[in-house]
Design a protein around this ligand. Sequence first.
Ligand code: NAP
Length: 244
Amino acid sequence: MSNRTALVTGASRGIGEACVKSLAGAGYRVVLAARSVDKLQELASELQGRGAEAFAVEVDLRSHESITASFAKAAKEFGRIDILVNNAGITKDGLAVRMKQTDWELVLQVNLSGAFYAIQQALPGMMKERWGRIVNISSVVGEMGNPGQANYVAAKAGLIGLTKSLAQEVGSRNITVNAVAPGFIETDMTHGLSEELKQKMLSQTPLKRMGTAEEIAHAVKFLVSEEAGFITGHVLDVNGGIYM
Ligand code: NAP
């Protein structure tokens, strides 16, 4: 068992759910954060049933106040956050020429600003402890671009810039900051995509299949481990080879 505490945003389903399950299985204390608090509580109970220490906390990443409050609740329960996985993310796709201001702002707010404010909450404790791990879940499209997703891609590329800058700021405190860039992964986020688009993506993926949430969780578990202590500012592609 580790005495480290990991907070994962967007833990109510998909990749975030896989991350908390994987981290709890590896012996970390886990804080599950998202808006769907009933689902989080259900997952936390499931993990507790398997002997893990898990705590569910409601957070809406659109709100700075909500982020601050959620970290305060987590601190009351478990103390310092040692590991932060900024996983929550949304899409509001559309061509740039017609994109509504609200769709641009919402995606930037949740996917980029929300992650940054969460980092600001977690950093002081990590700096004091001189140990910390931050993993930002970016996307392959943050590296290669994607038509119809200017807002999402800007946010995901922004997370990569944030990762590299922060890695340089806090490296001397023994805090590593990395990004994972998933390719095409089977979750609610990709469920609604047309069959045509799915086939197109798969034809461009050398491994000829979608990835699983668990495969992203494995990468996250590695990056937060002691063994990954000399890796920082890195973008780890877990994408079936669609972008190299
Ligand atoms: P998902 O199944 O749609 O889950 C998204 C998660 O984000 C949910 O837990 C959701 O929880 C949370 N969330 C959304 N808005 C939020 C808000 N305002 N405040 C707090 N939490 C919020 O997506 P996923 O596929 O697991 O994606 C996870 C991450 O991987 C995202 O950052 C996504 O961009 C990235 N990614 C996914 C893929 C893919 O193919 N699936 C590829 C590349 C990157 P609530 O609704 O309960 O708040």
